[in-house]
Design a protein around this ligand. Sequence first.
Ligand SMILES: *Cc1c(COP(=O)(O)O)cnc(C)c1O
Length: 384
Amino acid sequence: MTDLPSAIVGAVTSVAGEGPVDLHAPVFQGNELRYVSDCLESGLISSIGTYVNLFEEKLQEVTGASFVVATMNGTASLHVGLRVLGVAAGDEVVLPSLAFVAPANAVLYAGASPHFFDIESDSFGLDPEKLRKWMYATCVARASGCINRRTGRRIGAIVAVHVFGHPCRIDEICDIGREFGVPIVEDAAEALGSTYRGKALGTFGDVATLSFNGNKIVTTGGGGALLTATQGLADRARHLTTTAKIDHPWRYVHDEMGFNYRLPGLNAAVGVAQLERLHFFVKAKRQLFWRYMAAMTEVRGVSVLAEPREAFSNYWLQNILLDRTQSNQRDEVIMQLNAAGYGARPAWDLLPELPPFVNFPRQPLDLAQEWVKRIVSLPSGVGI
Ligand SMILES: *Cc1c(COP(=O)(O)O)cnc(C)c1O
């Protein structure tokens, strides 16, 4: 009998072919070059111009969001999202403990404290039941908002993150937000093209954010977007991301501290072409999931992470889950996959265990701590 690491390498080879195969590799086989040339010829390569508008319109179309503001990256969108929702210095912001570092950084940019919560095992997103229980036990409604009685701090927002492209239980999280009067930031950076109960991710939160970094399902090199159904929030986000400049034909009047966070036209040109292919990318990633499923049925001690119930996932990142008794083999599995040329990696270290966040409050993280040791991410490019 072959050992688990070599069995997994064999299964990955049967799906992805001989290495090297990166974890993510973008594919530019649509109109990217044409639109970039056109953008260069127009001279409108910065943040004013046709391609930024086109990109925002196309994002509206694919998500159904009412308003879209394109930004320079997902982290900037999160920062501005928190700000337009009124998160301020001294506030506390609820965050899941298993996520990329961006939302936790954005909370610090806003001058607020992250407060880390456990995940649930169906989607690996924030556990709504544990959160609701904690809020009932700990928070009170005051004129200034929802207050954590232990710390005396206001809960400024709840950030829900859809990890690996799989929808978290976002509607239950939104219910909690409404119940306690706390706004929701929906970090859909990894989840463009996914739906939950038939509704596109990125349209649930008071604001939602996307990323178009090179590893995401649609890339602009670097880029992001803020989505909202509220015109006032969109207007304010647009204003803040364009240096808070008042519209005027020649004067430079900025009415508050602003940010230079808008997406350049050159990047937007790539994005318009990429969005034309989103449907194909989602299809390719979903097929890749089934191919990994088929290959891994032969391997004992491991399963492939499937989309949660009532969800349609873009399968942005493919993951295998080692059985509990096999989690001590994770590092060996990752080492052997990399030795064979596959860009496999573990899940992110839990946010509250990273140096900048160790001193912030956290709730018991039983599930996050267990699952993080069992996840191995596999090559997920649409070209595989
Ligand atoms: C990629 C990502 C972001 C934003 O990343 P940027 O690199 O700033 O565009 C935010 N949250 C999650 C969960 C991500 O995966």
